[in-house]
Design a protein around this ligand. Sequence first.
Ligand code: GLN
Length: 485
Amino acid sequence: MQYETAAQIRQALAAGQTTAARQTEAYLAQIAKYDGVYHCYNTINEQAAEQAAEFDKQGDKEGPLAGVPVAIKDNLATEAMPTTCSSKILQGFISPYDATVVQKLQAAGAIILGKTNMDEFAMGSTTETSYTGATKNPWDTGHVPGGSSGGSAAAVAAGEAPLALGSDTGGSIRQPCAYCGLTGIKPTYGAVSRYGLLAYGSSLDQIGPIAHTAEDCALLLQVIAGYDEKDSTSKKDVQFDFAAALQNADLRGKKIGLPLNYLGDGLDAEIKAAILAAAEQFAALGAELCEFEMPMIEYAVPAYYIIACAEASSNLSRYDGIKYGYHPERFADLEDLYLTARSEGFGLEVKRRIMLGTFALSSGYYDAYYQKALKVRALISREFDKAFAQYDAILSPVAPTCAPALNASLDDPLAMYLSDIYTVSVNLVGIPAISLPCGFSAAGLPIGMQLLGAHFDEEMLVKLAAAYQQKTDWHLKKPQLKEAE
Ligand code: GLN
């Protein structure tokens, strides 16, 4: 039997009802059956079955992820498999080291199933900018799974992994979770080491869990969080303990802020209704719901895209056709080598962002764009500080619509950027947020909500989400999967 959550697998393993090998084989069989349809993975770990058998012989059965298969996003460095960021420029690239989170997963007893598809270099909201082709939404193959961690989310939704790692620079964990009916956490900046995460926007990027439940997210986040001397932006003395947060569903005394201007124009009516119903559910659990306004959100998308593209243009300068991956066969001289490698190696969206970022950082425009964006970022931070002085969490939509249809987004990149309105301010400010399912559209697509918390208040978010999931069953619904023809 294939168990659906990490918590179930651990329990069954501890009771001697299953083994790591049996679970891993069940998930590999599911991948073999469905990945041809959904394309969640770029690479399958050929050693997974063997590693699981080895774990059954001599692994630490007490480990927090003992025998649990996990999928990881293809921007996390692994020695044993290619790390490509779904880009042509990194096809076949093998990292000489494992990311810190990968080492931590293995130390906790997890079995890595493979590397999941994503938007190229995590730039996008649909997983359609991948060099290896789009991932399909398990709820409806005519729709995108969201992005950029769309492969990780679709893998969990399609039962091709019980648990996955994604990364979130401006919503890339939370938005695919909303589109695929899953739960995911974007941790506080500095809570999880970024060592071995191929950088997009270094001041925004965080690695986090994607799962069916808040409980599973907590399990995985507890394993990957913590100080790492290899990442100078990781925070000392971070130690989450979610046990208490998961036990007590009593929300009396908790204050949840509901920013009314988040529910205005541009938000799909079905999503608005689902968010308001969730607010009522929180009130029924004892929380106090407080309406207020967050006017600065209007400036979050422009500030985010200036900062993210500026950082990306610098981070991606390392891909020069020499050090990593793709190396063109024909070129005239050194400059032509750079030019050819980058022209042929990067996709359109990545090029657009490198150009935007280079422009924003150029000497004539630095003050007008980059410097201005940093000021806006500071103002948004102040607005959140004020909110968290009054509320324990903020309730918000994740995206203005449900999952868009395939091939409907890339022709109008500005409209796609605007759909990040509810997610990007969280990254600008560095706070944590949890995304979880709260309904379905009439067309049968999942609807998500998110709860935002103060810095390092992940335990509060898990407590609120777990309490909600004890009373509701949105997170238990499963899509009807299609087999390959
Ligand atoms: N959609 C956003 C972007 O394209 C967020 C991506 C992310 O979080 N990696 O930048």
